[in-house]
Design a protein around this ligand. Structure first.
Ligand SMILES: *[C@@H]1O[C@H](CO)[C@@H](O)[C@H](O)[C@H]1NC(C)=O
Ligand SMILES: *[C@@H]1O[C@H](CO)[C@@H](O)[C@H](O)[C@H]1NC(C)=O
Ligand SMILES: *[C@@H]1O[C@H](CO)[C@@H](O)[C@H](O)[C@H]1NC(C)=O
Ligand SMILES: *[C@@H]1O[C@H](CO)[C@@H](O)[C@H](O)[C@H]1NC(C)=O
Ligand SMILES: *[C@@H]1O[C@H](CO)[C@@H](O)[C@H](O)[C@H]1NC(C)=O
Length: 570
């Protein structure tokens, strides 16, 4: 039950704030040389220069594929992939590698997956063998990405990607063993025992596990998934899934939600229907489990789920005939640990469908990507929402919880994604609302670009507050104390300090699977020298609260996080 510490000393934490902006540009800039850009004063640049509202950086004009699915691994590399059935990408596979099972072209010698290196901002092609389109995944307890399902030849596949230090050789492997049923648009979540639960999918009203339990049933029927399917539109795919402190699983689909005891295949609770619009694909909203505040010895912390955006029933069918209905503007929060829980509704600054919701190291939520009219699906949305929105769940004044941040210039429509990076930036990519790679002749071209959004806390104005040089010293185990030492540029009042632990998500179709943020209980803070602090916290008490695997631990000082450190809970 001990956890190994993978302790990185990230002295380049601060460095990241500046040099990458050399690559910074936006769509308007792409034809200009960088020295031209320094003199440019477009309204975009002016807006973007107000760091207190965040900053966008174009990491790559093209990574050769469209970032439909993303998973950050504990070696600070991100596995990214699109699909294998829509023609040649703009990135070649290494010489001699081709696939012969593409449905759009006979021989495809291009990549549909890459490995992105966060520290060096470089990437290399990976070889995925069968169609991973609209699939799902979760990282297991040893840090291996377990990716499941997809389309046609990929619909029952289980694929592994293990992080490697040897840049040249590690790649996808496909298992001989298959999923019990086809899973397309399903959701995965890691369980306390390290297994991955795979739930739902189109016409798949069931769940199963990986690895499979040899002497029990392989697949379990779940009528809830059928009941929440709307005729002709579905509106319940990619259900939102959260593992709860009691070991059960919360499942949200369409407008309903339940708690499932998967060990007995019994629905143990049902919650009120969320008011307003539909929330699941193609009426795609998003959701997070809000940060769980841990107190030593307490095995049942408060759990609050938040769901935002989506679309009205009928919006998908309307879009098919060219009518784009306004997206949902509402968010709902529900304390599912309350005996009589109710949805508390709030309005976002604007309507939004296909948004991504990510938990930030500070415990705030960022909402980004998506559109203000239409739904998910081919050519089914218009009017991108370019501004991310920050949501502060702990802000007592409801009118101050949302704030609008600086816009990107790149629409991120259907098939875009986003994930939190270990340095606190948000990696943003993808957008392909077409059946092929369409770069011209369409309103929203297939996007091969990769951007990073730097939330306000990364502003240079906050550099003096930023913790750096953090290291964890082991051994550490569930419920036990551990310490982090770190440096602050100047001697600081240590009252406003927070230690958060975040599980990296598998993000696709506006849902970050396995995302969870734990606010650790602080035991004491010691000043070791004028600039060095040592903070002692309790590790999460149980595998229900922190399922095994790798987490990013962030030191947050006055709302400013440093670079995270990876720890392994096992
Ligand atoms: C992808 O490659 C095609 C063909 O070379 C080119 O026309 C297109 O502009 C490229 N797209 C992007 C986004 O780089
Ligand atoms: C990690 O898990 C995968 C999937 O179960 C397995 O194939 C692999 O051997 C494991 N690796 C290690 C180092 O345990
Ligand atoms: C898995 O499915 C493939 C067909 O997609 C089949 O060839 C293979 O034999 C199956 N594996 C097992 C273990 O049944
Ligand atoms: C996208 O390109 C394909 C050909 O590659 C074409 O058949 C299709 O109509 C295009 N889609 C749109 C929306 O223009
Ligand atoms: C970083 O921490 C190590 C030990 O934890 C210390 O030796 C080193 O001086 C620190 N560096 C800075 C820049 O504070």
């Amino acid at each position: 039950m001990a956890f190994n510490i993978v302790s990185f000393t990230f002295i380049f934490g601060l460095f990241l704030l500046f040099p990458l902006s050399c690559n910074s540009s936006n769509k308007h800039d792409t034809s200009q040389k960088s020295y031209h850009r320094q003199h440019s004063s477009s309204s975009f640049d002016q807006k973007n220069s107000d760091h207190t509202k965040g900053k966008w950086i174009l990491l790559h004009k093209s990574i050769g594929i469209s970032a439909m699915h993303m998973q950050l691994l504990h070696n600070n590399k991100v596995v990214i992939f699109d699909r294998t059935d829509f023609g040649s990408s703009n990135l070649s596979l290494p010489r001699g590698k081709c696939r012969y099972n593409d449905e759009a072209i006979k021989v495809d010698c291009t990549a549909h997956s890459i490995l992105y290196n966060v520290a060096t901002n470089t990437y290399r092609p990976l070889m995925v063998q069968t169609d991973v389109w609209c699939s799902s995944g979760a990282v297991n307890s040893n840090g291996t990405l377990i990716q499941t399902g997809g389309y046609h030849d990929g619909e029952r596949k289980i694929r592994l990607f293990s992080p490697c230090n040897d840049e040249e050789t590690c790649d996808w492997t496909e298992l001989q063993q298959n999923l019990t049923v086809r899973r397309w648009y399903s959701t995965d979540h890691i369980l306390p025992d390290g297994r991955i639960m795979i739930i739902g999918g189109r016409n798949a009203y069931s769940y199963e596990f990986f690895p499979q339990n040899s002497n029990t049933n392989y697949v379990f029927h779940l009528p809830f998934l059928k009941e929440t399917t709307d005729p002709k539109e579905e509106n319940n795919l990619y259900p939102f899934l959260y593992l709860l402190p009691d070991g059960n699983v919360y499942i949200f689909a369409n407008q309903r939600s339940i708690v499932l005891d998967y060990t007995k295949n019994r629905v143990v609770r049902e919650f009120p229907v969320i008011p307003g619009e539909k929330r699941s694909y193609p009426a795609t909203g998003s959701s997070v489990m809000l940060p769980m505040k841990l107190v030593a010895g307490d095995f049942s912390p408060v759990v609050e789920v938040m769901v935002c955006g989506g679309a009205n029933g009928g919006a998908f069918l309307q879009a098919a005939v060219g009518g784009f209905m306004p997206a949902s503007r509402t968010c709902g929060r529900i304390k599912i640990t309350d005996p009589d829980p109710k949805w508390v509704m709030e309005d976002m600054p604007s309507g939004r469908v296909m948004l991504d919701m990510l938990l930030l190291p500070t415990g705030d939520v960022i909402l980004l990507n998506g559109a203000s009219k239409g739904t998910a699906g081919w050519e089914s949305a218009i009017d991108p929402v370019l501004n991310p929105v920050l949501y502060e769940p702990g802000q007592p004044d409801a009118n101050k919880r949302f704030s609008v941040l600086n816009p990107t210039s790149i629409p991120r429509m259907y098939h875009s994604s986003a994930t939190l990076l270990p340095d606190g930036r948000i990696l943003v990519g993808g957008s392909n609302p077409h059946i092929r790679y369409n770069f011209t002749g369409v309103k929203y071209p297939t996007e091969l670009s990769l951007e990073a959004f730097m939330p306000p806390y990364l502003s240079p104005h906050h550099s003096h507050l930023r913790p750096s040089n953090a290291t964890v010293k082991g051994p550490v185990s569930y419920g036990q104390k551990f310490s982090v030492t770190f440096t602050l540029g100047v001697s600081q009042d240590m009252k406003e300090v927070m230690v958060t632990m975040i599980a990296p998500s598998f993000t696709t179709h506006s849902f970050a699977m396995n995302q969870r943020l734990l606010i650790l209980d602080i035991v004491e803070i010691q000043q070791l020298s004028s600039f060095t602090q040592k903070i002692t916290v309790y590790a999460p008490p149980s595998r229900n609260i922190a399922p095994p695997g790798y987490y990013m631990v962030f030191m947050v000082h006055k709302g400013v996080p440093g670079h995270s450190i990876w720890v392994k809970m096992q």
